[in-house]
Design a protein around this ligand. Structure first.
Ligand code: SF4
Length: 364
């Protein structure tokens, strides 16, 4: 695909035309939630949020992997930082996520803990080879997008006979979270813009329950302004006809059944488990844990880590923001005690977090 074609997905006149059609076709109010941090940023960065017709209400959901990582999971990896013989590895976006007592990985690193930022889980193999007397522990957070590469890293480690790599697996799966959101009577939603990256792996089929069980609509969308507008237009048109459906407007990347090789690798190594989500609490079957056949990589079992509900960060409303029941600017700390330079909660740390996007683009 040429970049010229991609440029057209941001064509201002085409966007204006779709916005006009949306305003014409909209019947009542449409409350939609995006569940992908990249969509959050795209909607703010492109200015779409302020251009949408008044009756289209945008909510950000639990699509930022750093943001949904539960407080207890954050404290668990912070407890590992600085342990003798442990080199903790992570993607950079976890470095400033706060745990209890103002702890974070960056401070732990400054205090001498061996914490390394990696760009790919495969980088941990090199670290493990170079440090045979240490345990290299990778913090696995995120969704179906990252889990297959971590599973692939474990397979390569086993093939090579690397014995000092561990994975602290806090992975979560998106469809189960959407089910939990739709089951929550306090959350008023008409439809979802579904995550393009996750859907590239899992496909469209796992979302079919959304209209069937809940009578709501959902559209898999790409990340350009026209991708998002097209998804909204479909939901508006279905609603006008009294229909609820699932569709895929990101067909240049996403197929009905996703990437079967990635899914096979992921489920060869991981299996579903119950998981705690920040804000959403315990969702049965919404996490991934390492299968018994791969136990030699499991950092939770190695260090007896048990994740349980604990106190939330004082004053932080990230939980309510991730459920779409509060906007970032309704948090009393927003822009005062909590800023990107001095974040109190993960939604202000991550570049894909709603609070950071609100702050950066000075919305509303
Ligand atoms: Fe949490 Fe800060 Fe967002 Fe408030 S503004 S919800 S404290 S991250």
């Amino acid at each position: 695909m040429s970049f010229d074609i991609l440029d057209r997905f941001g064509d201002p006149q085409l966007c204006r035309n779709v916005l006009d059609t949306l305003a014409r076709e909209l019947d009542g109010e449409l409350r939609f939630m995006e569940v992908c941090g990249t969509h959050t940023v795209s909607i703010f960065q492109s200015g779409l949020r302020s251009l949408l017709p008044e009756g289209i209400v945008h909510l950000s959901g639990p699509g930022c992997p750093v943001c949904v990582t539960h407080e207890s999971e954050v404290n668990a990896f912070l407890d590992l930082a600085g342990k003798d013989g442990v080199i903790l590895t992570t993607f950079g976006d976890l470095m400033r996520v706060p745990g209890d007592n103002g702890r974070n990985l960056k401070k732990a690193q400054a205090d001498g803990a061996r914490v390394r930022v990696v760009y790919s889980p495969f980088d941990t193999l090199k670290l493990a080879r170079e440090n045979p007397d240490d345990l290299v522990v990778f913090i696995g957070v995120g969704f179906e997008t990252t889990a297959p590469t971590i599973a692939g890293t474990m397979k390569m480690a086993r093939q090579e006979g690397i014995r000092n790599l561990r994975i602290l697996c806090f992975h979560k799966t998106v469809p189960t979270a959407l089910d939990a959101l739709l089951s929550d009577q306090d959350i008023a939603l008409d439809g979802f813009i579904l995550p393009g990256h996750v859907s590239a792996v899992i496909g469209v089929e796992p979302y079919r329950f959304i209209p069937q069980t809940f009578g709501k609509s959902a559209v898999v969308a790409g990340f350009e302004p026209l991708d998002i507008l097209e998804a909204l237009l479909r939901m508006v048109e279905w609603r006008k006809r009294g229909e609820a459906r699932v569709d895929n407007t990101y067909t240049r990347i996403v197929s009905e059944h996703g990437n079967s090789r990635a899914m096979d690798v992921m489920y060869e190594v991981f299996e579903p488990c119950d998981a705690l989500w920040r804000g959403l609490g315990l969702i049965p079957g919404s996490g991934l844990e390492i299968r018994d056949g791969w136990v030699e990589f499991d950092a939770k079992r190695e260090f007896d880590i048990v994740i349980e509900e604990g106190p939330a960060l004082p004053g932080c409303k990230c939980g309510e923001i991730l459920k779409g029941v509060k906007r970032p600017d309704q948090c009393p700390l927003f822009g005062k005690a909590c800023t990107p330079a001095n974040p109190v909660g993960p939604c202000m740390v991550s570049t894909e977090g709603s609070c950071a996007a609100y702050y950066k683009y000075k919305v509303d």
